[in-house]
Ligand binder design. Structure first.
Ligand code: ADP
Length: 707
């Protein structure tokens, strides 16, 4: 073995590793991301190559050996195409400049090392993580076998001589040199990656620190702010962390509304080392109050105490909501306790779990006895089945609440009438929780209702007696009256020659009074029949014209006695109608009789008959005394005679209009009146032309339209 060659090669390899270490120390800032970076890297490596060639071992003039093959093959493998191209070019140019018989061989070795390195790189995926020492060694052997082969670019004799001298040193040193340089670069790459990861993680943490919506702080135990993140600065009303740091030098006095609370916090920290969910009221730099929640722990000892790290959240909204809930709970409690109605809360089995004073008073039980009593036990047994049905409906979700009038069993044993409104209160998920009952004592109202019922029954009873009395009176009065009227008629007509003037006068008084009395009796009887529902209509077909004629004939004499003009204005195509003719005539007769009665002599009464859809409309207009507005509503009531003196003068019973109204309504018709006091009145009635027709405001026009 040629020891000179070995020493020369080892020296060169040592230089390579030394330069490699130097490169590693100074090149950490070159990222190799841009083409420019790669060209720089290639240039530095090229210069190292030049240094290696410059310090090469010379076998013969112009034939030199150095470790450029290691440098360039490893450069190819680790840095890729551009850096190795630049490095190889620089090295090749320098080798060319040295010249000598080994120029071609030297440049070929540069090319082959570069190409093998690039090919290796191309076929290896994720090179850096898996490239082990063994692979680097094999790689080194292959690169240098190719170098041996390239020795034959020298004259054959020279090549053999060269191989004889360098084979062993090369095989011993070069693959190991390859492994060492490769390992150096591998470690460098791993270190770079770790640094990169660290930088990224730092940046991430910084980003979180600056953007997290939670205040992060570091203070010392005396209350001085050491650092805060932007959110913390924002919470305390500062524009920047720097401003907060500058402003807050004594948190207990500056931030805490109650500085004792800060002392409490520090005491807890000292004792426990950390504090969780500490709430306190704070004031911002601008004085605005807010509520904060804090988690903190002691993270380091400091000169005069310790350093505190923690985070803070603004919980003002939640706190306000809590206050509002508490306030409304207190309000509810006050209403519950002081309500004028009884309120009670019962569980789903009906057990009373809460109640107010008023409820105790209604039921008569003291509070301690009422607790846990089931509502069934204080409900009257007669009212219980109905209420249980309602409870079932509410529990089944068919309705949200129910109202019932029922009786509670008072502690004294009596029953208390109450009106209860019960609703079911459910959780936010709709699960029934309990019943809420509001009970109002209605004993007085119930008593009043019962009294009214008793009074109504008594009135009905009295009415029945009255009707019976009237029916009896009618019978008992009619018989003697018929005799009085009949016999006085006979005496006046058959025996008038035997009577003197006074006898005739008295007898005719007897006759007229009898007739009037008969009229009154039959009207009263009719009214009593109507009231008891015993009045029937006797329908028949008739022609309106002749029916009206008959009434006119009956009343004409009265008109002529009073010298009143009686006009008839009949304009209808109705040839036939079906109604109770007698009652229709009675209506007409009553209205005409009243008009004649309440119209002074020489006045005028007009009867107007019209057809309105399926109704016959009849109106009687006079220019008599008229009726005052205040009286107009009551003239249809029984026994009402508006003006005592004038009606007395005119006579009458006060029953006529009531009968008119009842007869019309029995026919599904209507009566109305319009009057002007001192000027006259118009009474109008409508009757359907067939019995099955009802009053319909669309088909019948109102009396004023007729007028
Ligand atoms: P009476 O038998 O008294 O006429 P009515 O019931 O027929 O009883 O009438 C009640 C009252 O209505 C009359 O007493 C009178 O005061 C008033 N009244 C009825 N018709 C007229 C009318 N055409 N003009 C003025 N007043 C009238």
């Amino acid at each position: 073995m040629n020891s000179e060659a070995l020493i020369g090669i080892v020296n060169n390899a040592a230089l390579l590793l030394a330069l490699g270490l130097l490169y590693d120390s100074f090149s950490y800032k070159v990222s190799n991301k841009t083409i420019f970076d790669r060209v720089i890297t290639g240039s530095i490596i090229g210069i190292i190559g030049v240094a290696l060639i410059f310090n090469s071992w010379e076998l013969a003039p112009g034939i030199v050996f150095d470790t450029r093959s290691i440098l360039l093959s490893i450069t190819s493998l680790f840095f890729g195409f551009i850096p190795v191209l630049v490095a190889a070019l620089i090295s090749a140019i320098y080798r060319l400049s040295i010249g000598g018989p080994g120029v071609l061989t030297g440049i070929s070795v540069i090319a082959s090392s570069t190409i093998i390195g690039l090919l290796w790189r191309m076929h290896r995926q994720d090179l850096r993580k898996t490239l082990g020492k063994f692979e680097l060694y094999v790689f080194g052997i292959i690169v240098h076998i190719s170098m041996f082969l390239l020795m034959f670019t020298l004259p054959f004799e020279t090549a053999l001589e060269v191989l004889r001298v360098i084979t062993i040193p090369v095989i011993l040193v070069y693959p190991i040199g390859t492994v060492l340089l490769g390992t150096l670069l591998n470690q460098r790459t791993a270190r770079n990656e770790a640094q990169q990861a660290l930088r990224e993680s730092e940046a991430r943490i910084k980003h979180i620190y600056n953007n997290v919506p939670v205040g992060i702080f570091r203070t010392d135990s005396s209350g001085k702010v050491l650092s805060v993140n932007p959110e913390m600065a924002h919470i305390v009303g500062c524009d920047s962390p720097e401003e907060a740091k500058e402003h807050y030098t004594d948190l207990g006095k500056q931030l805490y509304v109650n500085s004792e609370r800060r002392e409490e916090f520090v005491k807890m920290l000292k004792k426990e080392g950390s504090v969780q969910n500490f709430e306190y009221e704070a004031q911002r730099k601008d004085g605005k109050r807010l509520w904060l929640l804090m988690n903190a722990k002691i993270s380091a000892e400091a000169e005069n105490g310790f350093v505190i790290d923690g985070f803070t959240m603004d919980i003002t909204e939640r706190k306000m909501a809590d206050f509002r809930i508490r306030e409304s709970e207190e309000k509810f409690r006050a209403i519950f306790e002081q309500a004028a109605t009884g309120i009670c809360q019962a569980d789903l089995d009906g057990k009373i779990i809460q109640f107010n004073d008023r409820f105790c008073k209604i039921t008569g039980y003291p509070a301690e006895e009422l607790m846990n009593v089931n509502f069934r036990d204080i409900t009257h047994p007669d009212d219980l089945p109905k209420e249980l049905e309602l409870v079932e409906e509410v529990v089944a979700g068919k309705c949200k609440n129910y109202s019932i009038e029922k009786r509670y069993l008072h502690k004294s044993g009596s029953s208390v009438w109450v009106s209860v409104n019960v609703s079911i209160v459910s959780s936010s998920e709709g699960r029934p929780l309990y019943f809420l009952a509001v009970a109002e004592d209605i004993a007085e109202r119930k008593e009043a209702e019962e009294q009214m019922l008793r009074a109504r029954l008594a009135a009905e009873e009295a009415n029945r007696y009255k009707n019976e009395l009237l029916a009896n009176a009618n019978h008992e009065l009619r018989t003697p009256l018929s005799s009085i009227i009949g016999f006085s008629d006979i005496i006046l007509s058959d025996m008038s020659d035997n009577l003197n003037q006074s006898q005739k006068k008295y007898l005719s008084h007897v006759n007229q009074s009898g007739k009037l009395l008969l009229k009154v009796i039959s009207k009263m009887l009719d009214i009593s029949r109507i009231e008891s529902g015993g009045m029937d209509l006797h329908f028949e077909k008739f022609q309106p014209g002749p029916m009206v004629e008959e009434v006119i004939q009956g009343i004409e004499s009265m008109a002529s006695i009073k010298n009143i003009t009686l006009n008839v204005d009949m304009d209808t195509d109705i040839q036939e109608m079906t109604a109770d003719k007698g009652k229709v005539q009675a209506i007409l007769y009553n209205l005409l009789e009243n008009s004649l009665k309440f119209t002074p002599s020489k006045g005028e009464v007009t009867l107007k008959i019209r057809e309105k859809g399926e109704f016959l409309q009849v109106s009687v207009t006079d220019n008599g005394i008229g009726i005052q507005d205040k009286d107009i509503d009551r003239i249809f009531d029984p026994f009402v005679q508006v003006d005592g003196s004038s009606t007395r003068k005119q006579g009458g019973t006060g029953l006529g209009l009531m009968l008119v109204k009842e007869y019309a309504s029995l026919h599904n018709g209507e009566v109305s009146v319009k009057s002007e006091y001192g000027r006259g009145s118009t009474f109008t009635f409508t009757i359907p032309i067939a019995p099955n027709i009802g009053y319909d405001s669309e088909t019948v026009r109102m009396p004023e339209e007729v007028n």
